[in-house]
Write a protein that binds this ligand. Structure first.
Ligand SMILES: Cc1cc2nc3c(=O)[nH]c(=O)nc-3n(C[C@H](O)[C@H](O)[C@H](O)COP(=O)(O)OP(=O)(O)OC[C@H]3O[C@@H](n4cnc5c(N)ncnc54)[C@H](O)[C@@H]3O)c2cc1C
Length: 462
């Protein structure tokens, strides 16, 4: 029997980051992983492969739509789907083996297999039982589907199947207009598929600032993604490798169908805690299946902690990573902390969409006295040069104190630009602090500064 200070179950962004931080802080640590490779959902079937396909398909889009305008003549490249998939697979293995290297470098034990917790202080993998002073559950999440919709990963696929389709479908129906559905829908649209997104709610990307969501939907429509909002999917029938999606419009209960070569079910994910033995241990759970924790990620059973997609909060890799670092610090006797008010969210379509902090709707609902500073990328020289003038930066600040309360960006590199505002918010900055900071020209970041100026006397370039 081997014994450790900490055993982490799951090697996704929550688990592997926690393991590295534990090792850095001098703890003897091992990480159990049931998959063949390290990195969890994010590196194997999530963030990384989806971004590889978004990148490749965006290059094609640029060649088809913008190259000739810049005097780059000739036919746009044709798609070699098999090669694109192997590029994506190489990106995955480069990243997962990178984690393997970091485990070796930090002397982290990698225990291969599926773990259960027979009692606090013990982790069972196969026939072996390992001892640990503390256990961190970072078991992540799995796809959740709808009643009447059976995923076969061939015709009706989850995001995992959508990352390795046998061929590019002629027609793809995406169920769910959330981040994953819109990212993968964009990929296949750019690669030549007809794409129709069916969404239960009356708007896409629930929870997003409404003004940004509206602009985002308009932009995606311009890219010829089709939308059917306010529609409740009743079921999917598969015959001869073709699918028929039946849905009812919520406004009048009328029934409709949509034929497709492939259906992507992107209706969300749910915590994955199967096989850990949590109910036998008496670990308290939230109503929606997450593991209940306190502010320091401790579960109701002493010595057992939980982080990442398996607990409440946004299902995001960087949220899991921050919790991984936080809990490692707590276990090493330090004061681990995550500021849940400043967790950015990004959609990696083109243009990108990024947000942090409160939306305008949340501020209204809370009765806050706020002001809005907005700046369009049309007024940004770099964006105009790069055919990226669509979109805007919107900063929300307290009307009395000028403190930044939230920011929402749709436009080029929004996912990178948002971090300047995250840092500002961490330091409790006012919009004027951003506005008075010199920004290099010509950069997209100048649009952030202009939006901050718009919270005061007004932007320069509009
Ligand atoms: C298509 C897609 C795209 C995404 N894109 C983004 C993005 O761009 N940005 C972003 O922030 N997030 C993205 N996400 C979400 C992100 O992947 C998750 O939020 C993140 O992976 C959660 O990390 P985690 O460590 O909690 O769990 P996971 O990454 O799910 O890892 C959990 C690991 O635990 C292992 N495990 C579970 N139970 C056991 C057990 N009993 N024994 C041993 N091992 C076990 C699993 O095999 C898994 O490898 C995406 C997700 C998907 C599906």
């Amino acid at each position: 029997m081997s014994s450790y200070d900490v055993i982490i179950i799951g090697s996704g962004p929550g688990g592997y980051v926690c393991a590295i931080r534990c090792a850095q802080l001098g703890l003897k640590v091992a990480c159990v992983e049931g998959r063949e490779t390290l990195g969890g959902t994010c590196l194997n079937v999530g963030c990384i492969p989806s971004k590889a396909l978004l990148h490749a398909s965006h290059q094609l889009h640029e060649a088809e739509h913008n190259f000739a305008k810049m005097g780059l003549k000739g036919k746009a490249p044709s798609v070699d789907w098999k090669q694109m998939l192997s590029y994506k697979d190489e990106v995955i293995s480069g990243n997962t083996s990178g984690i393997e290297f970091l485990f070796k470098k930090n002397k982290i034990g990698w225990i291969k297999g599926w773990a259960s917790i027979p009692e606090a202080g013990k982790v069972k993998v196969g026939d072996d039982v390992h001892e640990a002073k503390n256990i961190v559950i970072a078991s992540g999440s799995e796809v959740s589907t709808l009643p009447g919709v059976e995923i076969d990963e061939k015709v009706v696929v989850s995001s995992t199947g959508a990352l390795q389709l046998g061929k590019i479908p002629k027609k793809l129906v995406v169920i769910g207009a959330g981040v994953i559905g819109l990212e993968l829908g964009s990929v296949y649209k750019r690669l030549g598929a007809e794409v129709k997104v069916i969404e239960f709610l009356d708007a896409i990307t629930p929870g997003m600032d409404a003004e940004v969501a509206k602009t985002f939907q308009r932009t995606l429509k311009k890219q010829r993604l089709g939308f059917q909002l306010g529609a409740a999917v009743q079921g999917v029938e598969v015959k001869n490798n073709k699918a028929k999606v039946t849905y009812k419009l919520r406004k009048d209960d009328s029934e409709h169908t949509e034929d497709a070569d492939c259906v992507l079910v992107a209706t969300g994910r749910k915590p994955f805690t199967d096989g850990l033995g949590l109910s036998e241990l008496g670990v308290e759970m939230e109503e929606r299946g997450q593991i209940k924790t306190d502010a320091h990620w401790a579960t109701s059973v002493k010595g057992i902690y939980a982080i990442g997609d398996a607990i409440t909060g946004p299902m995001l890799a960087h949220k899991a990573e921050d919790e991984g670092m936080g809990v490692a610090e707590v276990l090493a006797g330090k004061k681990g902390h995550v500021n849940y008010d400043v967790i950015p969210g990004v959609i990696y379509t083109h243009p990108e969409v990024a947000s942090v902090g409160a939306t305008e709707e949340q501020l209204k609902q809370a009765g806050r006295n706020y002001k809005v500073g907005k700046f369009s990328f049309m007024g940004n020289g770099r964006a105009k040069a790069n055919f990226a003038g669509d979109g805007f930066v919107k900063i929300l600040a307290d009307k009395d104190t000028d403190r930044i309360l939230g920011a929402h960006i749709i436009g080029p590199m929004a996912g990178d630009l948002i971090h300047e505002i995250c840092v500002a918010m961490e330091f409790g900055a006012a919009a004027e602090d951003l506005a008075r900071t010199c920004h290099a020209h010509p950069t997209y970041s100048e649009a952030v500064r202009e939006a901050a100026l718009a919270c005061g006397d007004g932007p320069i370039h509009s």
